[in-house]
Design a protein around this ligand. Structure first.
Ligand SMILES: NC(=O)c1ccc[n+]([C@@H]2O[C@H](COP(=O)([O-])OP(=O)(O)OC[C@H]3O[C@@H](n4cnc5c(N)ncnc54)[C@H](OP(=O)(O)O)[C@@H]3O)[C@@H](O)[C@H]2O)c1
Length: 278
C-alpha cells in the first residue's frame, strides 16, 4: 500500500539525535509527519526537537538505548501515548566499527547485531499489530551497501545490514496482501553528516565508485519509498545494482570486486588507522 499523502501521519524514528536521522526527520516533518524521536542522548534530542518544531508538526522524544534487551512493546506504547498510533516506523539507529574480524570483542559483535538488526526486528514486531488493525502502515529499514556485498573489516556491521535487507524483503513478501509496506534503503558512503563523515579524517577519500552521496538524498529516498511503496533503494552516486547483481550470479567474485573497486584497501587502511589511534 502506498501512502502518497503523508500530512498528519505519525512516525517513530530511531537514531534521530544526529547524522542521517536528523535529515530523515526533517524530510518527514516537511511533509507534515508528526514525529517521535528516539536515541540515547536526551540533550541532542531536545535540540533536534526544537529545530523540527519550526515545521509546524508535533515532535516528542524518548531517550532510550536500543541495544538493551528491554521491552520494545513498552517503548512503542510510550511513543503512542505521547503522539498517537504509529503509521510509520523508521529503523535508522546503527553503529559501525572497523577491525580485522579476529580482533572484534564479543560484546561489540553482540551490540552491533542487537542495535542494527534485533532492535529493528523487535520494534517492527511491536508496531505491526496496530498497523494491521488500523489498515495502514509503513516500515523503513536503513541498511547499507555493506549489507549487499559485505564490507571487509566491518564484518559484524555487514552481517547486521545483510540481515536487515533479508528481514525487510521477507516481511514485505509476507505482508503482500496486507495494507502495510516494508522498504529497505541501502546508502553507500554519505558525506557531510553521519558515521562516515564523522570518521573521514581516519578513512581518507572513498573509492571512485563509492564517492559519497548526501544525507539529503538518503532522506529523499526514505520519503519516496514510503510514498510509492518501493521495496529497496540504493543511494550512491554511481549505479551499484549491477555489481550487486553480479555477486548474486557469481558469489566467488566478491573478494575480487572489493579489490577492483578499492573497498578492500580503503577498509584495511581504515582498520589500521583505528588500531593505531587506540
Ligand atoms: N553515514 C553513512 O555513510 C551510512 C552509510 C550507509 C548506511 N548508513 C546507516 O544509516 C543509519 C544512520 O547512520 P548515521 O551515519 O547517521 O550514524 P551516526 O551519525 O553515528 O548516528 C547514529 C544514530 O544512532 C543512535 N544510536 C547509536 N547507538 C544507539 C543505541 N545504543 N540506542 C539508541 N540509539 C543509538 C545515535 O544516537 P545516540 O548516540 O544519541 O544514541 C545517532 O542518533 C545507520 O543505520 C547506518 O548504518 C550510514
Amino acid at each position: 500500500m502506498s501512502m502518497k499523502q503523508l500530512t498528519g501521519l505519525n512516525a517513530i524514528i530511531t537514531g534521530a539525535s544526529r547524522g542521517l536521522g536528523v535529515y530523515i526527520a526533517k524530510a518527514l516533518a516537511e511533509k507534515g509527519v508528526n514525529l517521535v524521536l528516539i536515541a540515547r542522548s536526551a540533550k541532542a534530542l531536545v535540540e533536534v526537537q526544537e529545530e523540527i518544531l519550526s515545521y509546524d508538526v508535533k515532535v516528542v522524544f524518548i531517550p532510550a538505548d536500543l541495544t538493551d534487551a528491554g521491552n520494545f512493546k513498552t517503548l512503542v506504547e510510550e511513543a503512542e501515548l505521547k503522539l498517537g498510533p504509529t503509521d510509520i516506523l523508521i529503523n535508522n539507529a546503527g553503529i559501525e566499527l572497523t577491525a580485522p574480524y579476529e580482533d572484534f570483542p564479543e560484546e561489540i559483535i553482540r551490540s552491533t547485531i542487537n542495535l542494527n538488526l534485533l532492535a529493528p526486528m523487535l520494534l517492527t514486531r511491536a508496531v505491526l499489530p496496530g498497523m494491521l488493525e488500523r489498515g495502514r502502515g509503513h516500515i523503513v529499514n536503513i541498511s547499507s551497501l555493506a549489507g549487499k556485498a559485505g564490507f571487509p573489516f566491518e564484518t559484524p556491521y555487514s552481517a547486521s545490514k545483510g540481515g536487515l535487507i533479508t528481514f525487510s524483503h521477507t516481511l514485505r513478501a509476507e505482508l503482500i496482501n496486507q495494507p502495510v509496506g516494508v522498504s529497505v534503503i541501502c546508502p553507500g558512503f554519505v558525506g557531510e553528516a553521519g558515521m562516515y563523515a564523522d570518521k573521514e579524517h581516519i578513512s581518507g577519500p572513498a573509492p571512485k565508485l563509492m564517492t559519497p552521496t548526501t544525507p539529503e538524498k538518503v532522506a529523499k529516498a526514505v520519503v519516496r519509498a514510503i510514498q510509492y511503496d518501493i521495496a529497496e533503494l540504493i543511494v550512491n552516486p554511481l549505479p551499484m545494482r549491477p555489481l550487486a547483481g553480479l555477486k548474486e550470479l557469481v558469489p566467488g567474485i566478491t573478494p575480487y570486486l572489493h579489490k577492483m573497486i578499492g573497498t578492500f584497501d580503503f577498509a584495511r587502511n581504515r582498520a589500521e588507522k583505528v588500531k593505531s589511534e587506540k
